[in-house]
Design a protein. Structure first.
Length: 246
């Protein structure tokens, strides 16, 4: 059993008043977050979820709406919360160096602070299934600006539940492998009709729907045009605070 809370289901720009991407996943073995965008601390607080319980944060790529909440979370953990629980942050190659730059840009001087809790960085090699704190994590190249080191991510929990997440990506030929046998496939769906580079649009998802062998498909990361159509599509669409169990 795993409980997934959609902490943030918005795009990068707060469309529809939604928060940036963050999923909070509670399992009997560990608590982890997938992505941690700029507004994720506020979103977690609004849902009365405690970032101090997170053992692991997995990052799909380096855009601010997916990773820019980390500096505030680390600073809060060090200064206000006096965290002692170990934390691991895992992401694409270069994750530690990238977040160090973001940390000093957001909170100049913070780079001199050393956490008093064990903080571990884990680089996830692309398309190389690996163990991350008992999770089986496989990432695939995503179709998104390469500077962000974009990945789609498949996560199998220690008890065999599978979460597949496109991250930010246009359709790729890896999506069927990402989805195969998953308990939930969470797909970004930025536009409803407009063809756009670097993001999934709804027609591409519909066209390939039968190739996604998943128990449950949920759309997220919707821009204004897709949000306006969300009630009219047959697929399940996520909203901030939505909770599912797999
Ligand atoms: Zn995004
Ligand atoms: Zn992005």
């Amino acid at each position: 059993m795993a409980k997934l809370t959609f902490v943030g289901t918005g795009d990068a720009f707060g469309s529809g008043g939604r928060m940036n991407t963050c999923l909070f996943v509670e399992t009997p073995d560990l608590v982890f977050a997938i992505d941690f965008g700029a507004t994720s601390l506020a979103a977690l607080n609004a849902l009365e979820l405690d970032h101090g319980e997170i053992d692991l944060i997995l990052l799909t790529h380096f855009h601010g709406d997916h990773a820019a909440g980390i500096p505030g979370m680390l600073l809060d953990s060090m200064v206000a919360r006096k965290r002692t629980r170990p934390l691991t942050i895992a992401g694409p190659p270069g994750v530690e160096a990238h977040l160090a730059k973001v940390m000093s840009a957001f909170f100049p001087g913070s780079e001199k602070m050393a956490p008093r809790f064990p903080l571990t960085w884990h680089e996830i090699a692309i398309q190389a299934p690996q163990d991350v704190m008992g999770l089986r994590v496989t990432t695939y190249p995503a179709a998104h600006p390469p500077e962000t080191m974009p990945t789609s991510m498949r996560i199998e929990t220690p008890r065999g539940k599978v979460i597949a997440f496109t991250g930010d990506s246009a359709w790729t030929e890896h999506m069927p492998d990402l989805a195969a046998g998953s308990d939930v496939f969470i797909s970004e769906c930025y536009f409803h009709a407009k063809p756009v580079p670097n993001h999934m649009n709804y027609p591409a998802l519909r066209e390939n729907r039968d190739r996604l062998k998943t128990k449950r498909l949920i759309l997220t990361h919707m821009g204004p045009e897709m949000l306006a159509m969300a009630a009219n599509v047959p697929e399940e669409t996520a909203y901030d605070g939505m909770v599912i169990e797999i």
